[in-house]
Structures are given as C-alpha cells and as structure tokens.
Design a protein around this ligand. Structure first.
Ligand SMILES: [Zn+2]
Length: 271
C-alpha cells in the first residue's frame, strides 16, 4: 500500500483573523480527509462519517467561534483514522487498527516507514503550525491561551453520557476550574475530566503546546448530539465566545495582571 505522498493536500487549515485576542483555537479532530493514496481506508462512507472518523460538529463550532472571538483556529484536515493528531508519535492509538468496534483495514500491519510517513506528512506539520503561531505571539509578548476543541459521542459501549460538555485538565487546572464554574452557572451538566481525563500519555496537543510551554490552556469536549446541526453549533459558539473571555478575565484577576496588561498576566501564567 502506498502512503500519503508528499504532494498530498496540506494537512492544516487556518480559519479566523487575529484581532488581538488572547485565544488560539486548535482542533485536532475536525477533519475527515483521507490522502488519495489511501482510498477509503477500506471503510464505508457511513463508517468514516461516524465519531471514529472525526469530532462531529466541532468544525462548525470552532469556525464560528474563531469569528466571534476574532482569533485564529488551526484545524487538522485529515481524519483521525489516518493518524490521531492528539496522540504522541508511536502511541498505541496513534494509528488505530480498530476503533469502537470497527476494524480499519488500511491500518493493519503497517511498516515503520509507513507510520513515519503519516507522521511526517500529517502529524508533525500540523503541530509545527501550532508551534509557529505560538512562537510568533510569545515573541511579541502577547498573552496566549491555548483552547483545544473536541466533541464526544453521546453513547460509548451502550452507556449514555450525561454531560453536555466536559473540561479536561491535568497539571494546570486553573482556567478549566473557572470555565467549569461558568458553564455550571448556565445550568449545564459539566464533566470535570469527564468523559475523559487529560493525561500525559492519552493526549498530545495540550501537554505539548499548553503544559510544556507554561501557557494557560483548556481542553473542551462538547457532546456531539448538541452540535450536529448548524443551529447547535452556533449556540455553542455563542456560549463559548461569551464565557471564554469571562474565564480569562477571572484567571487574570486571580493570578495577576489583567487582559489589558499582557506582560503581567503572561509572566504570571508562565510560572
Ligand atoms: Zn477529539
């Protein structure tokens, strides 16, 4: 099997215009593309459209949110079934041989070279683009908050998940705690490290770009049935566009500085 060729389409899509916002949005699982050389991965269109292939609805939320916040959104274009951009290279679930009961024929028995090619053409360029964005901002001494956007399936292995939204955190829960409180004040059922917990090994994007760089960050998971349709996507974009700036203002109040005095808040946040 021939892997993704170097001439394949770019793996990164950038949305939104930076209007001075502290937020940088990243969406590891927004894409559904498959490199032409991999065909359909051996899966039906219905299987590829399931939650195993992408984070349903998060593209609409993220793009609307980037407009409302006037910030940049960096999306991975390729399906997580090709390679998962929220897993470290070589992680057992980086390139899944099966997911939620579905065997992925194009992912079985890959050679080290085939894996490396997916990493080099899809995973690494995506994260390099995020790094570039963050580097530029920090060189300009701008306050920078990494917001990772995801969605989760309402049911897993027959068990219903009650949370409307989940906030995932690990070594630095400061911004997540504030946003959890704000979302709960909306009357929502908010998961605190549910339906997943953020860890050094199960995640890659926030550990790499948020924790290791000492940047304030939050990882948001929205239940997919709430954002399958455009109306729900707009509703959640509106909500997050309202609450994220409030959360950041409260973060700066608690930890020093203010949104309007970036160097003070950035210095504190980097501790
Ligand atoms: Zn995801």
């Amino acid at each position: 099997m021939v892997e993704a060729a170097p001439h394949a389409a770019p793996c990164v899509a950038v949305f939104g215009t930076d209007g001075g916002s502290p937020f940088v949005l990243v969406s590891d699982h927004a894409g559904q593309a498959i490199p032409p050389d991999l065909g359909d991965l051996g899966l039906s269109a219905a299987e590829r459209a399931r939650h195993i292939g992408w984070d349903i609805g998060i593209d609409g939320v993220g793009r609307a949110l980037s407009q409302k916040l006037q910030c940049v959104l960096i999306e991975q274009v390729y399906s997580r079934l090709v390679i998962d951009s929220n897993r470290a290279p070589g992680h057992p679930t980086s390139i899944v041989e099966q997911s939620d009961g579905t065997v992925v024929p194009a992912n079985t028995g890959l050679s080290a070279a085939q894996r490396a090619q997916r990493e080099n053409t899809i995973l690494h360029p995506y994260h390099a683009r995020i790094t570039q964005e963050l580097d530029q901002r920090l060189q300009a001494r701008r306050p920078t908050v990494v917001v990772a956007l995801h969605s989760f399936t309402p049911q897993m292995k027959g068990v219903a998940r009650p949370w409307h939204v989940g906030l995932l955190h690990n070594h630095d829960d400061r911004l997540a705690r504030i946003l959890i409180d704000l979302l709960r004040q909306e009357g929502l059922c908010v998961g605190d490290n549910e339906p997943y917990a953020l860890t050094n090994t199960s995640d890659y994007t926030i550990p790499k770009h948020g924790e290791q760089r000492g940047l304030p960050h939050v990882e948001i998971e929205i239940r997919q049935d709430l954002i399958t349709q455009p109306a729900g996507q707009q509703e959640w974009a509106d909500r997050l566009a309202r609450l994220l700036p409030l959360a950041w203002a409260e973060f700066c109040r608690q930890h020093g500085g203010a949104p309007s005095s970036p160097s003070t808040c950035q210095t504190e946040a980097a501790l």
